[in-house]
Write a protein that binds this ligand. Structure first.
Ligand code: IDP
Ligand code: MG
Length: 153
């Protein structure tokens, strides 16, 4: 099973959409392995968004991410990293397909509801960045057979 990192951004907290977004991942059949509310620092965000550091909007994106606390989640499932990225949709909410999270809830490229890890390598680094090992829970789902066939897991 793969684990991936999702951040419910300040826009999601402010708009009261946290429950609705968490609900989508639950309904899909992902297991919530960890969740907490954190007020991120500029230092952590500089690491997290290092791939954007040459962009004109780098500081603005970081500032937007610390206008209020965010909710950080670890979701687990088969191919969870790709599945969650696809559920999030394209970066720009105006281009994201209806049915995706950004497509359904966002009109913005910056205020786009969620962050989701984009590859297994990134997921590993990002989970370590935002969670202590003790905050990730490997409890079993008692009804795993309702989610997957035997030969899938
Ligand atoms: P992603 O979130 O879809 O992986 P990235 O390119 O990694 O997209 O960018 C990280 C975040 O930076 C985006 O989710 C968005 O909030 C913001 N961002 C990306 N491109 C732009 C832009 O062109 N203008 C303003 N903000 C942007
Ligand atoms: Mg990204």
């Amino acid at each position: 099973m793969e684990k991936t990192l999702v951040i419910l951004k300040p826009c999601t907290v402010q708009r009261g959409l946290m429950g609705e977004i968490i609900n989508r991942f639950e309904r899909k059949g992902l297991r919530l392995a960890g969740m907490k509310m954190v007020w991120l620092s500029d230092e952590t965000l500089s690491e997290h968004y290092a791939h954007l550091k040459e962009k004109s909007f780098f500081q603005r994106v970081k500032d937007a991410m610390r206008t209020c606390p965010v909710v950080i989640c670890c979701w687990e499932g088969l191919e969870a990293i790709r599945v969650v990225r696809e559920m999030a949709g394209k970066t720009n909410g105006r281009n994201a397909a209806p049915g995706t999270i950004r497509g359904d809830y966002s009109m913005s490229v910056q205020e786009n509801i969620v962050h989701a890890s984009d590859s297994p390598e990134t997921a590993e680094i990002e989970l370590k960045r935002f969670f202590d090992e003790s905050e990730i829970y490997d409890y079993p789902l008692n009804n795993l057979w309702s989610f997957y066939a035997n030969d899938e897991i």
